[in-house]
Design a binder for this molecule. Sequence first.
Ligand code: 4AZ
Length: 236
Amino acid sequence: GCPGKLMAMAGQPSDGALWSCVRGISGGQPLACLCSVCLCFGRYSDARSWRAYMGMRVMNSVSNAAATRQIRRIVLHSQYDQFTSDYDIALLELSAPVFFNELVQPVCVPASSHAFTSGTSCFVTGWGIYDTNFIGELATLLQEATVNIISHNTCNKMYDDAVTPRMLCAGNIQGGVDACQGDSGGPLVCLERGRRWFLAGIVSWGEGCARQNRPGVYTRVIKFTDWIHQQTKGQV
Ligand code: 4AZ
């Protein structure tokens, strides 16, 4: 699981994830604060009905969360398309800063010029369906899977050109490893230069789960770097 791998960085305030990245804090696998619009915030867009629970490993064990915050603001991407899943991203602004510790860590937002190389092994985490033989069965403990970045061209061939420039594919061409239903909105993170964790993608869609030639499709975060900075106006 992800939290157990995190390195301790006690007491650093989160007044800027980029600040933290610059300082090289991201030593472990973090939880992402970006979310996909899919199923989530379009239908339930009232910020008052949401909470952010951080540093959790057991699903829904909210009383064990390392930190809890109310949500001040939800920013949906205005170009989100529910039919194609294009622009599948939303931002949640926390009501108050959080202090980083061994369970709560920031993740770097990649520069828009950042290239996540095809073939690189990255990690996706979530409490979604973990066995396609038990459809509907969610995980109790946070799960982590290793998935490889797949080139845009290769992926578009497998998906009949449904993969837009705002999407990034990762998985295992042979099948067997993937994100699945319930993982949506979760982070696809890559350790770059053995040093810092970057948010390469956000779980978005795929044809089934873990099928051969049907890799997971993620929101391509580098396409939203400028949008993220605009929406957060230097707060991040
Ligand atoms: C979903 O429905 C979903 N195999 C998420 C990820 C994938 C497929 C479906 C990728 O939330």
